[in-house]
Design a protein around this ligand. Structure first.
Ligand SMILES: [Fe+2]
Length: 352
């Protein structure tokens, strides 16, 4: 039976499917490349590739949007239908991923943990649980989940540097700043393009109020973390916050236009950062022109599908509406939502 590069058996696969799976895993970890497109290639050739379906479902869920979750559900169901041909690890991964698509994100992270007890080098389980620890605000597991599996990894195992990057972020979230910076630098010494490890360092500087050092950290590494990296928008956002801390709102807006939200994207991940930067500028009294109105339009177009799926997105949509709309968008969920009424223009205590 075929094994992946971490030594675990894979069912219903051939050499090509395995190669594409390994590529997709690297893309998932590094944010460089399109992991879903890669795994789709594998599934086109091997529709019975269990791990391919599980992987596709997990990655789609990390976008935090209902429209992708619908596709994730179909993939999780396809994996479930192949349970009889799957090995124990694959069945456990399928069960954990089904919890994700069913909205039980706590249960899913616990289920991924059970996979990791017996298969501590399953990097798909680690990465997916880490990202959902992040969106659930589970700071302890951002650190401890990685700490539990680290003894089973070594420098020669593919993906080790990304694990260190995750550990660095977990340490930072648990306020262990010196250890976090040391670990981020170890990760980046192996893989300088790891945007997540760069991000861990950014958070250390942010939490310590070392604004100029944070700017230098990002600027000096820009050629590593910025080009063609799907996570770069968030590190650009952090750079804008540093400039805002310096009082340079002009530079923050420039970064908004050129790097954080240059293209009118309707991805919630980017909309959230764009919105929260404009919200800060708004609260500080700066004129952001028509930017907020454009964001509100994009949020409004997503409401019917996305409302109520992920509270973090909803709150950011609400911020855009509160600044730009004289009345709630034509969606019953907002019209009856009392926090919106309290925050709408003209009634907000923060309105100047
Ligand atoms: Fe961040």
């Amino acid at each position: 039976m075929l094994q992946d590069r971490r030594g675990y058996a894979i069912s219903n696969a051939d050499a090509q499917a395995l190669e594409l799976y390994e590529t997709a895993l690297r893309q998932y970890q590094s944010y460089v490349g399109d992991a879903v497109a890669t795994i789709d290639q594998a599934l086109a050739a091997r529709p019975d590739f269990v791990l391919g379906h599980v992987f596709r479902a997990g990655v789609l869920m990390t976008f935090g949007e209902q429209r992708f979750a619908r596709h994730a559900r179909a993939s999780a169901e396809a994996a479930t239908a192949l349970d009889s041909a799957a090995n124990e690890r694959e069945r456990m991964l399928t069960a954990a991923t089904r919890k994700l698509v069913d909205g039980d994100w706590d249960g899913a992270c616990a289920a991924y943990d059970r996979v990791l007890v017996d298969y501590p080098r399953d990097i798909f389980a680690i990465q997916t649980a880490h990202l959902f620890d992040f969106v659930r605000g589970d700071a302890l597991n951002l650190r401890n989940r990685i700490a539990r599996v680290l003894p089973h990894w070594s420098a020669g195992v593919p993906g080790h540097s990304y694990l260190l990057g995750m550990y660095a972020f977990g340490l930072e979230e648990c306020n262990q700043y010196a250890e976090a910076m040391d670990t981020a630098q170890r990760a980046l010494a192996i893989e300088p393009r790891d945007g997540w490890a760069v991000h861990a360092g950014v958070h250390v500087f942010e939490m310590r109020g070392r604004i100029d050092d944070g700017i230098h950290w990002l600027a000096s590494r820009e050629r590593d973390w910025a080009p063609d990296n799907g996570f770069a928008f968030h590190n650009w956002w952090h750079l804008a916050l540093f400039h805002l801390d310096r009082g340079d709102h002009g530079r923050a807006l420039e970064l908004y236009d050129t790097a954080i939200y240059p293209s009118g994207s309707d991805l919630s991940l980017t909309l959230v950062d764009a919105t929260s930067l404009l919200w800060r500028l708004h609260l500080l009294g700066f004129d952001v022109g028509a930017r907020f109105a454009r964001l509100a339009d994009v949020w409004e177009a997503k409401l019917e599908v996305e409302r109520g799926f992920y509270a973090f997105n909803d709150v950011h949509a609400m911020l855009a509406f509160a600044v730009t709309r004289a009345s709630p968008p034509s969606c019953s969920c907002w019209a009856t939502w009392s926090p919106y009424k309290r925050l709408r223009p003209g009634t907000s205590p923060t309105r100047r």
